[in-house]
Ligand binder design. Structure first.
Ligand code: PFF
Length: 482
């Protein structure tokens, strides 16, 4: 018999769940990461692959995560252990939960640093710093800021305190209240930004850049580009690490998982596209470089705010809402770890959230130092410093190791850990879990909808993730498929 309630509490309504899960999905991933990653891989072709990944891989895996969460009603580690036991499968499935916990720590550690940037930009916008600013000045302002570890540390600390505060208060009184108002407000403001970009920016160029796939640029490094598009889909939808799973565990039984998923994924995608439409027209109108990397929105949006009427107000508001979007996502990154500590270490919720928050905070310090003081420290240099092992020529061939902490954590979580987590979730939901269990939990009958999901989760999603991995490591060439 399925468990009906979680010890950690429950969402009061279906809307609360949708808002919270959308709050988790919509965040820096949409507004900061999506535009700059699309920019790095040439725009339209990346966006197309991204959309295919959301539809074919993201949606079925999100349904699976919510389904497993609701069936287990515990932290991802314990949920996986319990469900595996119920289905007579290996207890090693709980390792999936462990990988999710590690991914959560790593993601939040750099996420909090970037969220800190957005907080600092609230004050810069409000104080009129952007008035009349041009591309070069915006760039300089940004570089000056990330070059200052003390300021980064202060904002990172503030963000982590905010995240811990909500998680410590629990599901209903902390989370629900925050997202109800913030999500609609963010949406309205983004639309204002798009309207502004349509009038003041080069909207045509922006549209073409986002929606006219140009595979010629993509081709040179297609494996990496496709991997990044898939990683972006996992990151943006909060999949593969248990965040959506734990939110599913607080969802009442009567609510339709399929419908909720389509709404959440739809809103998330819409916000990403709107962010692209707000940013690229400005990039092109000012002759900026779309592939300029993680600083993109911090180098472009200030120009727009500096020019528009009431720009200080709109600018401040925009960054405030971005802080909130990051906040509602940050909370969901901390929740699975906290729930596990409560369940297994008998800690109170307050202590558990502080303990996980402090761990993330420490890791975050390495991330923010990698932007300045430790800018020469890469994973490769650390490995090469290991006596004996580090001397192997092999390491320098792994180009992804040539990154500092922040970039490496970002890369390895989005492009490796989340897709791998998603792959295992798909295999568990499609193969280890009996058909009768998934039919029962999804509660949508056994018609076309269920059969389509079952096909996607058993075959398409796992195979697609696997192929993208293989392609990215160039393995298809070794086995003669290319
Ligand atoms: N989906 C969030 C964003 O797009 O900003 C980031 C995120 C939250 C990733 C929660 C993973 C996660 F579990």
């Amino acid at each position: 018999m399925a468990v009906t309630h979680s010890v950690h509490g429950m969402w009061s309504t279906r809307l609360a769940f949708i808002l919270a899960a959308t709050g988790s999905a919509v965040g820096l991933g949409n507004i900061w990461r999506f535009p700059y990653t699309a920019g790095e891989y040439g725009g339209g072709a990346f966006v197309l692959v991204y959309l295919l990944c959301v539809a074919g891989i993201g949606i079925p895996i999100m349904m699976a995560e919510i389904m497993l969460g609701r069936r287990g009603r515990q932290s991802p580690i314990n949920t996986m252990r319990m469900l595996a036991q119920q289905e007579g499968k290996s207890h090693l499935w709980s390792l999936l939960g462990w990988m999710g916990i590690i991914a959560g720590f790593l993601i939040l550690s750099f996420y909090s640093v970037i969220a800190g940037w957005t907080m600092a930009y609230v004050f810069r916008a409000a104080s009129g710093t952007f008035t009349g600013i041009d591309g070069a000045a915006a760039d300089e302002l940004f570089k000056g800021f990330v070059g200052d570890p003390e300021r980064l540390l202060a904002w990172h600390t503030i963000f982590m305190v905010l995240a811990v505060l909500v998680v410590a208060r629990g599901v209903a009184s902390g989370l629900e209240r925050a997202v109800r108002f913030l999500m609609p407000a963010l949406f309205v403001l983004l639309i204002i930004m798009v309207i502004y970009a349509a009038q003041a920016g080069d909207f045509d160029a922006g549209l073409r850049y986002l929606f006219e796939p140009d595979f010629s640029k993509f081709k040179d490094h297609a494996g990496e580009a496709i991997l990044s598009a898939m990683g972006q889909a996992f990151f943006s939808l909060s999949l593969g690490m248990g965040a959506i799973m734990i939110y599913g565990s607080y969802l009442h039984r009567e609510s339709s998982i399929a419908q909720n998923t389509v709404i959440i994924a739809g809103l998330d995608t819409l916000v990403a596209i709107l962010a692209g439409l707000a940013i690229f027209p400005i990039v092109f109108a000012h002759g900026l470089e779309p592939g300029s990397g993680p600083g993109l929105i911090f180098q472009t949006l200030p120009i727009a705010f500096g020019e528009m009427p009431f720009g200080s107000l709109f600018g401040a508001l925009f960054f405030v809402l971005l802080v909130f979007a990051a906040w509602t996502s940050g909370i969901s990154l901390l929740e699975p770890i906290t729930a596990w500590l409560v369940e297994n270490r008998s800690l109170s919720r307050v202590r558990a959230s502080i303990l996980s928050g402090v761990t993330v905070w420490l890791l975050g310090i390495a991330c923010l130092l990698s932007l300045n003081v430790w800018s020469d420290v890469t994973m490769l240099s650390l490995i090469q410093a290991i006596p004996g092992l580090g001397a192997l020529d092999f390491w320098s061939r792994l180009t992804f190791l040539d990154k500092g902490f922040l970039d490496f954590f970002d890369f390895v979580t989005a492009n490796v850990m989340l897709p791998l987590g998603g792959l295992l979730i798909a295999v568990f939901a499609g193969w280890a879990l009996s058909r009768s269990s998934s039919v029962d939990e999804l509660d949508m009958g056994e018609g076309l909808g269920y059969r389509l999901w079952h096909f996607l989760i058993r075959y398409l999603a796992p195979l697609a993730v696997l192929l993208v991995f293989l392609k990215a490591v160039g393995a298809l060439q070794w086995i003669g498929l290319e």
